[in-house]
Write a protein that binds this ligand. Structure first.
Ligand code: GTP
Ligand code: MG
Ligand code: ZN
Length: 290
């Protein structure tokens, strides 16, 4: 039989096939080969009954996220709260870079708009991101048309309201949500696993929030292509390998100075680039010591 893994928990994988959910385990030799099934995997499996099945093979993946662990997604809704925690463009840019690198279409969703007294700053950000081609959504009804027939992952820091938004779209789910507990405005990881739900004609994964993103983009050219606004202009730089830092006749630097590329985007690019370079240096030192 062929089905999709919709939930993974303690070595069990719930596989959905023609509307029936089968609880399965991975065959022993999977582990030896270092192959782990993930939520979103299309698998071949056998099952005598819905309680006892075995995954036999995993189909090739279209893409894979590490955190949250999920594969074969069509798009990601990056949820950022307007307040509690405050909107953070630097963090948003880090999400976008990761998603662009993985070829997963990002949709930006701003939660907790009711807590925002002055929308002006946020609207300025909206203009920047929309100009880059990203949907920048501030109310649920505008998100719904994107969900049909798609596999969508909800991602974002803990406490931004991923589960709350999913409950609003599909109240039947009755997902657990958490109070923001401490003074730093950080939640306490209410959602603990990745699970796909049938919602609004598509599949949506609720995921646990996290505090740090993985450093998967490791080279300057990859970073360049993950900043879509920078990449567009970089074709006009004098040097093809331009890193937009010190090189002469850099079109990106000129565009940032002229305000055609938002200053905060250029700053975030420079920051991520220096992080990539610092990690390289550290790695080289570690190699030398060995
Ligand atoms: N005022 C307001 N509060 C909200 C909104 N959305 C979520 N919250 C609150 O924010 C807190 C965290 O919401 P959750 O939905 O649990 O957040 P989460 O992103 O699922 O968090 P994790 O599961 O820990 O990753 C809860 O107290 C919610 O009631 C909103 O639109 N407005
Ligand atoms: Mg949650
Ligand atoms: Zn340049």
């Amino acid at each position: 039989m062929r089905g999709k893994i919709i939930q993974a928990l303690a070595g069990f994988y719930d596989v959905e096939c023609e509307g029936v959910i089968y609880r399965t385990r991975a065959r022993g030799n999977f582990r030896k080969k270092g192959k782990t099934p993930y939520v979103g995997d299309l698998v071949e499996f056998s099952a005598e009954n819905p309680q006892e099945g075995y995954i036999l093979a995993i189909h090739e993946r279209k893409n894979a996220l590490v955190r949250p662990p999920i594969v074969n997604v069509d798009q990601a809704v990056v949820i950022m709260s307007a307040r509690e925690p405050d909107f953070n463009a630097n963090l948003l840019d880090r999400f976008l870079v990761l998603l662009e690198y993985k070829d997963i279409h990002p949709i930006i969703y701003i939660s907790k708009m009711d807590l925002l007294e002055d929308e002006e700053v946020l609207l300025a950000y909206a203009a920047v991101y929309e100009a880059m081609g990203y949907p920048f959504i501030t109310q649920m009804s505008d998100l719904l048309p994107y969900l049909k027939d798609k596999i969508t992952v909800f991602m974002g820091q803990t406490g931004v309201g991923k589960s709350t938004l999913l409950n609003k779209i599909a109240p039947d789910l009755a997902l657990e949500t958490g109070e923001i507990s401490d003074s730093l405005g950080r939640g306490r990881h209410t959602t603990r696993m990745v699970k796909l739900y049938h919602v609004h004609g598509g599949l949506i994964a609720d995921t646990p929030g996290f505090s740090a993103l993985d450093y998967e983009v490791k080279t300057a050219p990859d970073l360049n292509s993950a900043f879509v606004d920078i990449e567009k202009v970089s074709a006009n730089c004098k040097f093809r390998s331009c890193t937009h830092t010190h090189e002469p006749a850099c079109a990106v630097k000129s565009a940032a100075e002229a305000g055609e590329i938002a200053a905060f985007r250029y700053d975030d690019y420079l920051q991520l680039l220096s992080e990539i370079e610092n990690r390289r240096e550290t790695y080289k030192k570690v190699l030398k010591r060995k």
